[in-house]
Design a protein around this ligand. Sequence first.
Ligand code: EPZ
Length: 428
Amino acid sequence: MKTINSYSSDSFVIEGGRELKGSVRVSGSKNASLPVILATILVKGESVIEDVPELLDVWTAVEILESLGGYVERENGRFKVNTEKISRWDVPEEIVKKMRASILCMGPLLARFGKVLIPKPGGCSIGKRPIDQHLKFFERAGGSIKEVNGFFQIEIKKKKPVEFRFDLITVTGTENALLYLSSVRGKSILKNIAIEPEVMDLINVLNKMGARIYVEGRTAEIEGNEDLKPFTHRVIPDRIEAGTLMVGAVMTSGDVILENVNVEHIGNILEKLEEAGGGVEILSKNKIRVFRKEELKPVNIETAEYPGFPTDMQAQFMSMASISKGISRIKENIFENRFHHVWELRKMGADIEVKGREAIVRGVRELRGAEVKSTDLRASASLILAGLVARGKTIIRDIYHLDRGYERLEEKLGKLGALIERLPVCVS
Ligand code: EPZ
């Protein structure tokens, strides 16, 4: 399988000052693709998943399936996943270390084998990211959990329907529970669940497979099915990639048409974009025009669980706020350490003060090109956006982080007029 040049620490070089103009197609969602790919573990047979983005994290999910005995064929975004021969329930340590979302194997492997052996996922740069809620659910579902040399060994001898309430809203915690319960006969209830579009997309897939899942507010009723079937599914568009491109259009005084967006999923982003001086024209339910309407204005943002403002868009809006006229306040309520981009934006002349979970951004007239470092996926995106408007040249190192979650972003931006080039590690 062709994989993108992933393990080099490539750099991007950006010449600022160009307006983004034209139209671009948004890729399928990373955070919808991952749970849907791993949901194939629940069945024996061949499932087909359409519009899967070519991303490092997607290849890691494929690696997991293949390490367990599955087989994946890919032809331009269409994945044929055969899980007939999956026979292992131990997830390789080196894979989990690469991608925290590997924990989404727990639900399907416990459903299929009644056991799973998985390394304790590390935290990452944006926070400790514990999985206590995942474990609490599996315990409630009758699991015996042992921690042995940094691995979790979970066994569920007898499957039974459960009623469980999450102490806090967790996206992958909700997804793990749904993946497991989809094959448990009887009626289960999950309370205080996450309702992100990516969770709802997974629910659509599980219902196609034969489960009966019904959501009202933050409560899900699940009628599991012991005889789930393979499925065909097209993943939803990536609302965070869409949001990132929309911020780029507004920041650069551009005018961009985005295809393959789901307008219903981005209401919270559009609202803040218009507040900041962006113009929005809904051309259809999956096509939208975004442009600079007026002078950039400061915005106050508080990240929250969906349908609140997405934490995955916080860094991108901070880049825009750094050149807006006035003071913006950005509060990060979801992760305890998601301001790494601040130190890098300061190198470009941004005036940002961090007080605990709040960043106070005083807009400056312009940013200047500099050499900066990616530290995590969305921070990388914010530095690219800053580079698009900065005076002169910006070099962004360690683009590996970006390749985890954005499909060929430099090609998309280049097509819209940006002067952006990828430098492979050998010359950077
Ligand atoms: C998902 O991560 C996304 N990843 C993240 O996207 C996204 O930022 C996050 O949800 C919030 O929307 C995928 O879907 C693969 P959480 P997840 O469990 O599920 C705490 C990106 O950039 N928590 O909803 O790991 C946790 O520490 C990535 O695409 C517990 O304390 O996030 C965090 O502070 C980054 N105990 C908060 O809850 C638990 O058991 C929300 O975490 C679980 C979570």
